[in-house]
Design a protein around this ligand. Structure first.
Ligand code: UD1
Length: 430
């Protein structure tokens, strides 16, 4: 069993380079399945979710060759639609993009119910509504989602309900890209990864406009062709390192990011008294003083990202006075709070809001990565804590962070990975 050990107290200095964005790379990899030709995808993050996505495509007949650690050649000419391997698809959320992609290319899909982080219930009713509007029949049977159509999909106007769903927007784009006529998604998600997916598909010959606004228009094309495409930088990884620097103190330049994508995070750090300097593709974060209290509410892009919520909460633990974190995207994203409590956080959860009282400081403890970003949060907490923090369940962190241990070490953190024996099973009670 691997663990991450963090000894708190070292200030961070230097620069850290951001990798390609997980939540753009995964839909682009699945979108490559729509193309019966060679696609080269560059600037991929070296993370487990990317490896799992590529393995799913490979096992379904695509030719997948890693060219470097961060670029891959995918040729899906021989991709065979059919039952995807349950063990692989349940590891990641993004496996449900196979549904839209297979439906778009073959008119049928059969995909195991996806996995991903546990934030309470994560329904897929909006995905299904979109597929049905395009003319597919969708059934859920034995843990599989089965979508079929006997005639070509036909473009429609689809109004997504509720919080604009990233997953539903992506899936409908994938299904509609070769449908007959025009599909319009209203109340579409506006995240930068939606724009990245549209750019990839358009480079392959698709006709998509409006990505990045709440109305995305997809005019169906007959066929897609191969291309070479580079994934945008990961705004969530960038936010994680910006917050790590603000928590631990010191001065860190986070490079290879898009400052525009970071505005919601940057604004909150400035409100807390953190020094921020920006260039074309970098942000320097400097913290010398006590953090001021702040209230944060997660919202779809361009609001404060839910995927930066747990990391930001560490700063709220450390701020003067009382700070509030309201989660408005997911039902239950507070499972990491118990881990912060083990480290001395004084926090109450009331419905969708966590209330952080001022404390002297955190102290090292044995904690668990309850999910991907919750895992990043306890590492950041460990950077500031007195003594050693031992984080287990780190495979959840490695699903989405490209070498977080080395990147933090390179900016001065006292952090390492340790292999420890599996705990002995407890004797069975009589
Ligand atoms: C994606 C990201 C995840 C991020 C989230 C929000 C990937 C692989 N994952 O997840 O990291 O936290 O966007 O930015 O890109 N909903 C429904 N019905 C649906 C679909 C969603 O009610 O059919 C609800 C969800 O429960 C949630 C909200 O809509 O409350 C937003 O979810 P969504 O944007 O779809 O998240 P994911 O695509 O699963």
């Amino acid at each position: 069993m691997e663990k991450i050990l963090v000894r708190g107290g070292s200030k961070l200095h230097g620069s850290v380079e951001i990798s390609g964005m997980k939540n753009a790379a995964l839909p682009v990899i699945m979108a490559a399945m729509l193309v019966p030709d060679e696609c080269i995808i560059e600037n991929l993050p070296a993370i487990d979710d990317v490896a799992t996505s590529l393995e799913i495509l490979r096992r379904m007949g695509a030719d997948v060759t890693m060219l470097t650690k961060t670029s891959v050649k995918v040729n899906a000419k021989n991709f065979r639609p059919g039952e995807s391997e349950f063990d692989l698809v349940k590891r990641i959320r993004a496996s449900y993009y196979l549904l839209g992609a297979e439906l778009g290319r073959f008119g049928r899909a059969n995909v195991g119910y996806p996995g991903g982080c546990d934030f309470g219930s994560r329904p897929i009713d909006q995905h299904i509504k979109g597929f049905e509007a395009l003319g597919a029949k969708v059934d859920v049977e034995g843990g599989y989602i089965i979508a079929t159509t006997s005639s070509p999909l036909v473009g429609k106007k689809i109004h997504l309900d509720g919080i604009p769903s990233v997953g539903a927007t992506v899936n409908i784009m994938l299904a509609a890209v070769m449908a007959q006529g025009t599909t319009t998604i209203e109340n579409a998600a506006r995240e930068p990864h939606i724009v990245d997916l549209a750019n990839f598909l358009n480079t392959c010959g698709a006709d998509i406009s409006g990505a990045g606004t709440s109305t995305v228009r997809i005019r169906g094309v007959k066929q897609l062709h191969g291309c070479t495409y580079s994934i945008i930088p990961d705004m969530i990884e960038a936010g994680t390192y910006m917050i790590a620097a603000a928590a631990a103190g010191g001065s860190v330049t986070v490079t290879n990011l898009i400052p525009k994508h970071m505005e919601a995070v940057t604004a909150k750090l400035i409100e807390m008294g953190v020094g921020i300097e920006e260039g074309d593709d970098w942000i320097k974060v400097e913290r010398t003083d006590k953090l001021k209290k702040v209230n944060v509410k997660t919202m779809p892009y361009p609001g404060f990202p839910t995927d930066v919520h747990p990391q930001m909460s560490v700063l709220l633990c450390l701020s003067e006075g009382v700070s509030f974190m309201t989660e408005s995207v997911f039902d239950n994203r507070f499972r990491y709070i118990d881990e912060l409590r083990r480290m001395g956080a004084d926090v109450k959860v009331d419905g969708k809001t966590a209330i952080f009282e001022e404390i002297e400081g955190l102290s090292g403890a044995k904690v668990t990565a309850v999910d991907l970003r919750g895992g990043a949060a306890v590492i950041i907490a460990g950077l500031t804590a007195a003594g050693v923090t031992e984080v287990d369940n780190i495979q959840l962190i490695e699903r989405g962070y490209d070498d977080i241990v080395q990147k933090l070490k390179d900016i001065g953190a006292d952090i390492s990975k340790k292999v420890t024996p599996e705990p002995e099973a407890l004797p069975k009670a009589n």
